[in-house]
Write a protein that binds this ligand. Sequence first.
Ligand SMILES: Cc1ncc(COP(=O)(O)O)c(C=O)c1O
Length: 486
Amino acid sequence: MTSLTRFLDVYPEYVATSILDDLRATEYGRLDRLGHVYLDYTGGGLYARSQITDHLQLLADRVLGNPHSASPSSAETTGFVERTRARVLAYFNGTDDYTAIFTSNASSAMKLVGESFPFEPGGRLLFTTDNHNSANGIREFAHAKGVAAEYAPLTLPDLRLDRPETERLLEHADRGRANLFVFPAQSNFSGVKHPLDLVASARARGWHVLLDAAAFVPTSRLDLQQVAPDFVAVSFYKMFGYPTGIGCLLARKSALAALRRPWFAGGTVNFATVQGRLHLLSPGEAGFEDGTLNYLSIPAVEIGLSHLERIGLETIETRVRCLTGWLLTRLLELKHGNSRPMVRVYGPASTTLRGGTVTLNLYDPDGHLVDYRRVEELAGLEGISLRTGCFCNPGVGETAEGLTEDDIRAAVATDADMTLPRFLQFVQHRGGKSAGSIRVSFGLASNFADAERFVTFAAGFRDQTSLTLGAVTFDIESCRVIRDGS
Ligand SMILES: Cc1ncc(COP(=O)(O)O)c(C=O)c1O
């Protein structure tokens, strides 16, 4: 039985996603033409050829000026911007309660909330330990206003939210103050899909909720009517590859009204005077879109959304789930000649409530960690694009490796210019721990051959002993890291 037959036996629903094989040949033909195995969709999606040609055509046929005036070229641009805004809202099923604010990416969407949120002593800021640094950074705004960040823990080995503890932390909000709860709909580290009913649970207890949907929306549908968060951050290039440089903050209008912008800029004011030292912020989204929007690229967002809708998000989700399930099974089956497992996967080993991001480390026959930087180099030589490191999500890595506050403080004390490679070296020598891993992720142009190419690549580490970092032994069965000789 070939591996494809075995795969289709386990995942017969994959056949119904064959439209993506056709698109792979037409719209994404460059992948196979260049022999490229792209496995970094969580880093960035890939654009279809027609997205580029349609956008090019649109630009070539029109005169588009800066949208902030009444000229014909400006009016045409404004038309595109507002049409795209309406399309974005419709895509996420936002009704009149919501607005979409164009930003440069998901990070700047979250920063808009962080810098404007009315934190005050007695109010709270709660994160899940699984959060991207672009969300974690909000704690600096809170700190400056006398609010310390708290973190809800994750459970091992699946790296899911510790729900009882999260509920306990949510219980303690003072409803008389502004409280902000921030969590990702899907982890960019482990692929875990966090429970979206937490949004309602938190809001009912007096919290505003900022949902980081950057890693979720490329393969899953987010329905604002069902989930109803106060704020949502997304980056469009993660959904459909092009354009880069545009994201949005979807905001409930009533929650937006509670924000206090710390400055004003061109485009955000209805009125500003120098002599009077006054300004009147524009209402709604206009008050949050600083300066000139990336107006030539905004129409490409509509083109991208149409592309996704033509394929159907359910088709993408099904394909990604099948490939992820297959990859997990195949990787966890890999054994060295001495029967020891070769791969440790961080997070759930099944596709239940998880997306197409698989983070792992490779180990040699004695359980020594294989240097993930070397893995990335070798993958590159084979035309495989993957990610390594901590993926800007330190909380999950720290939980997975059991890194403590002491470990981190000791590392920073030894080196004021700490970088991830130096930190990795330090924690290895101190406690035999690791602080980095390998991430592969699937998306709309992925196919079975991509998954198999990665499995074959990983299998190439069987019985290899020369690529380890030394000193670290990881016992996969007990999930324990042991130092050599200990
Ligand atoms: C979950 C999550 N949040 C936020 C971001 C930040 O996105 P951007 O760099 O586009 O602002 C990313 C990017 O990888 C992400 O995966």
